[in-house]
Each structure stands twice: as structure tokens, then as C-alpha cells.
Write a protein that binds this ligand. Structure first.
Ligand SMILES: *Cc1c(COP(=O)(O)O)cnc(C)c1O
Ligand code: SF4
Length: 434
């Protein structure tokens, strides 16, 4: 299959959308003017079940839906479009809305940016001791844009919202200065939109002796789901597999942090072939996904997805709560409900698939998991723990919040048992004010 992407200007050319009413197509255009929109031939032709729109989960994650904007923002923009407002006026209105959508949650543009010789390193984040994140500039787009994506500022026009590295020397120098770092996570966007030759230029230097502490090279990608041909028939697919093999031969782990939101994405022949090719090359596959209203908010969706992943050799890794950014209102689910779905699904799968952790919030202090609901001395509480902590002493520390069935994020939770603050708050606030 040949890669062809469709963006906002091509909405009228997508044959399958003709089954929608004029008003529905207009609504897609309105939302696509504000949130990034991009979809490709494979997603349209092989993933979406067009007999089941708008409910189809893949349609929901790839095509803008009217409810993704607040009705105020929606009407504001619909009016601009109807009046044929000039493009700079539309852009200004979109920029204004972006600023209201919390583009950089969890301290990404401040606390996470490491320094080398007192200068911040562009396109690198270091939040958890063992793992450094790298955002190569050429990897800041995707084969298709997810409507729920928390990385959406990477894809809009405003440059100051973007995180991206244009050269890797600072990254290498930083990694050499950090012997306790074991993992480099290449992320984006989707780094696999890059040509193999470019990816090789970034990764090959890390295989030298002076980087022997970088044992795990991880690549965060949704290519298996949105463009499995990246591993099959793209002109440099074989080179990519060979690059991965080289990493493995050098004794490092090459882990793809793959992203699947629904078992439907695991059903096609190309995705299954691609998975098997990657496994033959010695690549480890670990899967992660947010839990999303309209997409996967039912235990059976997760049960089937984890069972299929296990069968195909993918290790279920993370279930995330929807982050506090972008079209969050459309997708978010109370944490308690997320946990109930997680638990019901987990109960029905083999222990081999119970490797998945969650539901987890990626928030300022760390990755915080809701472990469950408990009753202590007649008081209902939420049991939480740090899976990852901005301070390593917080990791694996359980703590308690008052039961709140509506809370969707950490900032809605209050300490249980009449405590004034959570155990980490003083240390965290000290970090913030530094
Ligand atoms: C999730 C995450 C990591 C990786 O954490 P693991 O638990 O090792 O998978 C690293 N850095 C940031 C900023 C993250 O959000
Ligand atoms: S593939 Fe990942 S980075 Fe790209 S839009 Fe989807 S969630 Fe965001």
C-alpha cells in the first residue's frame, strides 16, 4: 500500500465521508481547524468500520468529533468558517483556543528540561532518574493524528509550544554525564516517521562503548497500528529491521513502546505480519494506551486486546488516565471507573497479561497509579502509589486519598484521614519553586 495522508484540505475528497450529512462534514472541518487532523489510506481502508460510524472506535480516535471542542469554542469557530474569515484571523482564533487547552501539562517545558553547562538542552527531557526522553526534530509528526493526543502541541503551527531537538550532540554529552541513566526513550510525535537512515544516525553512536550504560533503547510509536507497512514494504523497511537487529546484536535491548487503543487495530494481516517480523529481529514489544470514553471504556475491549497482544507476543505495559490537556473533556473517565474497568478486564486474563499497570496518571510529581478502593475503619479511601516519581524515594510508596467517584485527575483528590497534604507535596513544591 502506498502512503497517502489526508489533512484538513482533503476532507471533501475522502469518499467514505460522503455518507455523512453536510452538517456533520462541516463539524469535522470546524474541529480540524483547531485540533490537529491527519489520517492515512490504511486507517481509512482497513481499520475503520464505516458501517459503524460515528461509533467505530478507530473513527473516534482519528476523525474530529463535534464534542471535542466546548460548545463556545465550536460556535466561535463555526461562525468564522461560515463567514469565510481570512486564514490569519482563523489562525489567531485557533491559537487563542490552544492556550486555553493546557498545552504543556505536568511541567514538561520547565521541570523536565535538563541542563548542560547551565544551558537547557532542546528536545530532551529527564524526569525519572533512569530514563531520558529524546524528541528528534524530524520525528514530530505521526502517520495519523489521534484525536485524544496529549502531544498535540507538537503538530500545531505555534512553534513556541513545540519540544524538538535539532541536533544530538547535546544529548550525547548529557548522557555521558549521567551514568545512572539506563534507558533512552525516543519519542515524538512518532519517531518512525523518520527515514531509517536518519534514525540510524541518531542511534548508532549510542552503541559505542562510552554509552554502555544505555542498555535499553526504547522507541515510542503507533506505526504498528497506523502504518504497519513501515516494517513491511516501505522502501527502507528492511533497513529498519536490520538497524534493530544491530542494536540487539550489540547486547542492548530494543524495545518498541507500541500504542494500541482497541483490539480492532490488531486484526489486520499487515499488523500481524509486522509484529512477527519485529519479534524475529529480537525487538521487545510493550504496549500502552489511555483509557478513553467513546473508544475503550468497557472491560471486554481491554480483555480481548490484552489476550490478543499476549498471543502475538506483545507485553501489556501501561493503562493511562486521559491527561489534563487538549480534548480531555470528551474522553475523560473518572479514575474509579477506570480502575473498575481495569480490574474486571485483568481478572479475566492469564497472569502473563497481568503485567499491565494502571490506571496511571502522568502528572507533575510522577506516574501515579490508582491501586484500588479500600475501606479503612469504616472510611472509604482510594489507594494510590507512585509507579514513577520525580524523586526516586517516592517510587512504590502507597498513599491514600478520600474516596471521590468523580475525580479524573490528581488535582481533584484530597488526602484521606483528615491529613492536610499528601506525603510528597512539600518536596514537590520545593522543586517547583527552585
Ligand atoms: C513514562 C515516562 C517514562 C518511562 O517510565 P517507565 O516506567 O520506565 O516506563 C520516562 N519519562 C517520562 C517523562 C515518562 O512520562
Ligand atoms: S501517534 Fe502518539 S504522538 Fe501521534 S497523535 Fe497519536 S498519541 Fe499523539
Amino acid at each position: 500500500m502506498k502512503f497517502q495522508a489526508y489533512g484538513i484540505k482533503d476532507i471533501d475528497q475522502i469518499q467514505q465521508l460522503r455518507r455523512l450529512s453536510e452538517a456533520d462534514r462541516f463539524a469535522i472541518k470546524v474541529v480540524a481547524n483547531v485540533l490537529p487532523f491527519r489520517v492515512n489510506t490504511y486507517v481509512i481502508e482497513q481499520l475503520i468500520d464505516w458501517n459503524n460510524i460515528p461509533l467505530d472506535p478507530i473513527y473516534q480516535i482519528s476523525f474530529p468529533q463535534p464534542g471535542m471542542l466546548s460548545s463556545r469554542h465550536f460556535h466561535e469557530f463555526a461562525t468564522l468558517l461560515k463567514e469565510n474569515a481570512p486564514s490569519d484571523q482563523r489562525r489567531a482564533a485557533a491559537t487563542k483556543i490552544h492556550k486555553e487547552l493546557n498545552p504543556h501539562p505536568a511541567g514538561q517545558q520547565t521541570l523536565n528540561v535538563p541542563k548542560l553547562d547551565a544551558r537547557p538542552i532542546e528536545g530532551v527531557q529527564h524526569k525519572y532518574r533512569e530514563t531520558v526522553l529524546f524528541f528528534p526534530r524530524q520525528g514530530q509528526s505521526c502517520f495519523t493524528y489521534c484525536t485524544f493526543c496529549f502531544r498535540w502541541p507538537q503538530f500545531v503551527r505555534e512553534k513556541e509550544l513545540r519540544i524538538a531537538a535539532s541536533n544530538s550532540d547535546a544529548l550525547y554529552a548529557y548522557l555521558q554525564s549521567q551514568p545512572e541513566v539506563t534507558d533512552l526513550l525516543v519519542t515524538g510525535g512518532d519517531p518512525l516517521v523518520m527515514k531509517t537512515s536518519l534514525l540510524a544516525r541518531y542511534l548508532t553512536p549510542l552503541l559505542r562503548e562510552e554509552f554502555s550504560h544505555i542498555q535499553n533503547i526504547r522507541i515510542g510509536t503507533k506505526a504498528l497500528s497506523y502504518w504497519p507497512f513501515r516494517f513491511l514494504t516501505d522502501s527502507d523497511a528492511d533497513d529498519l529491521l536490520r538497524l534493530f537487529e544491530t542494536v540487539v546484536e550489540k547486547g542492548r535491548q530494543l524495545a518498541l513502546m507500541v500504542h494500541f487503543n482497541h483490539w480492532q487495530e490488531l486484526e489486520t494481516e499487515p499488523v500481524q505480519k509486522a509484529i512477527s517480523r519485529l519479534r524475529s529481529a529480537g525487538v521487545i514489544l510493550r504496549s500502552q494506551s489511555p483509557i478513553l470514553a467513546h473508544v475503550n471504556d468497557a472491560p471486554d475491549v481491554w480483555r480481548i486486546m490484552w489476550q490478543k497482544q499476549l498471543q502475538l507476543g506483545i507485553i501489556p505495559y501501561y493503562m493511562f488516565a486521559v491527561r489534563d490537556t487538549g480534548a480531555r473533556n470528551y474522553f475523560e473517565i473518572p479514575l474509579v471507573k477506570c480502575w473498575e474497568i481495569y480490574r474486571q478486564a485483568l481478572r479475566q486474563v492469564s497472569g502473563l497479561a497481568r503485567t499491565v499497570r494502571g490506571p496511571s496518571m502522568s502528572c507533575g510529581p510522577g506516574k501515579i497509579e490508582l491501586q484500588g478502593i479500600a475501606e479503612v475503619m469504616g472510611q472509604k479511601v482510594m489507594v494510590l502509589r507512585f509507579i514513577q516519581g520525580r524523586k526516586s524515594t517516592w517510587v512504590q510508596q502507597p498513599f491514600f486519598a478520600e474516596y471521590n467517584p468523580d475525580a479524573t485527575w490528581l488535582d481533584h483528590l484530597r488526602p484521606a484521614f483528615g491529613e492536610e497534604k499528601f506525603f510528597f507535596e512539600d518536596e514537590y513544591n520545593a522543586m517547583l519553586s527552585r
